[in-house]
Design a binder for this molecule. Structure first.
Ligand SMILES: [Zn+2]
Length: 292
């Protein structure tokens, strides 16, 4: 069965002053239609990420309370990840957020956390973030990381110096921390795979990469050579709540991974993926990662 390991389904963009906090705040939502559509496509569950972007952009994708509510009320079909920015817009430790996510993690109302440094103009290894990592280790929940994968104008990506050394420092400091580095950390994918070699708890996802199929095929080939294919997850990174649009995205993505990827690999003269490896990407690997 398939699991969308990284989406923002039902969690659209909202200003900080007007966040949805529960399923009841989402108008015109046809949940039974959505669940029926997921059943038809063989999608067992969807991981939905709240994403805090308050520090610079004054907005969120969804909210942590909405994510927790979705997990609770759509039990077994939705799993929640809570977002956090560890530093406030006044460059202080974000204590209110720490207390909020500590309670959500402690009570099991979310399955993990999400940190997005480029959106908040801070670094993954900033001192403010370290208490959150220790919290994740203590409660054995993973942290999703948006590192790289920023298109658009330069202010979208103030990662001076580039590269993944900030990630490497976190991996060394927290060897037991389970991480999912989103989007194969494009454009630093080969660097990420090298970090995965000494960081057995580092995982990655292929969301948004099927649009560059040859680049993705190459990166999966290298990951296969390293023996890391069982640490890679598929997802849609879908933002919003248009049932039809979401289900069509899933249908096209599943078609790509099941029917179109291997011909590309073959055409390039690279090893093709086995059915078990493809189904691992589509569900089995994330099931292990989140202990579902
Ligand atoms: Zn995302």
């Amino acid at each position: 069965m398939v699991i969308d390991a990284h989406s923002h389904l039902l969690q659209g963009r909202h200003p900080v002053s007007d966040l949805p906090h529960s399923l009841d705040d989402l108008d015109d939502l046809n949940i039974s239609e959505l669940l029926a559509g997921l059943d038809l496509l063989g999608v067992e569950a969807v991981v939905t990420l709240a994403q805090e972007m308050a520090r610079i952009r004054d907005q969120w994708l969804g909210s942590n309370s909405l994510a927790a509510d979705l997990q609770e009320r759509l039990e077994g079909r939705f799993f929640a990840i809570a977002g956090f920015e560890p530093v406030t817009r006044w460059d202080q430790f974000n204590a209110p957020r720490f207390e909020q996510v500590r309670e959500l993690v402690r009570s099991g109302r979310v399955r993990g956390l999400l940190i997005t440094p480029p959106y908040g103009h801070f670094q993954l290894n900033d001192r403010w973030a370290y208490p959150f990592y220790q919290l994740a280790v203590e409660y054995d929940v993973p942290v999703y990381v948006h590192q790289g994968a920023m298109f658009g104008p330069p202010e979208n990506a103030p990662q001076y110096g580039g590269g993944l050394w900030t990630l490497d420092q976190v991996v060394v400091d927290f060897p037991d921390l389970r991480l999912n580095i989103e989007h194969m950390a494009w454009p630093w994918t080969e660097e990420l795979l090298a970090i995965m070699a000494h960081g057995p708890n580092v995982h990655t996802d292929v969301t948004m990469l099927s649009m560059r199929p040859h680049l993705l095929a190459w990166h999966l080939t290298i990951a296969g050579d390293y023996g890391f294919l069982d640490r890679i997850f598929w997802g849609t990174d879908y933002v919003g709540r248009d049932n039809e649009e979401y289900l069509e995205t899933v249908r096209q993505e599943l078609d790509f991974y099941r029917n179109r990827l291997n011909p590309i690999l073959k055409g390039c003269g690279w090893p093709t993926l086995s059915t078990a490896q493809i189904e691992g990407l589509l569900g089995d690997n994330i099931r292990r990662f989140l202990n579902l």
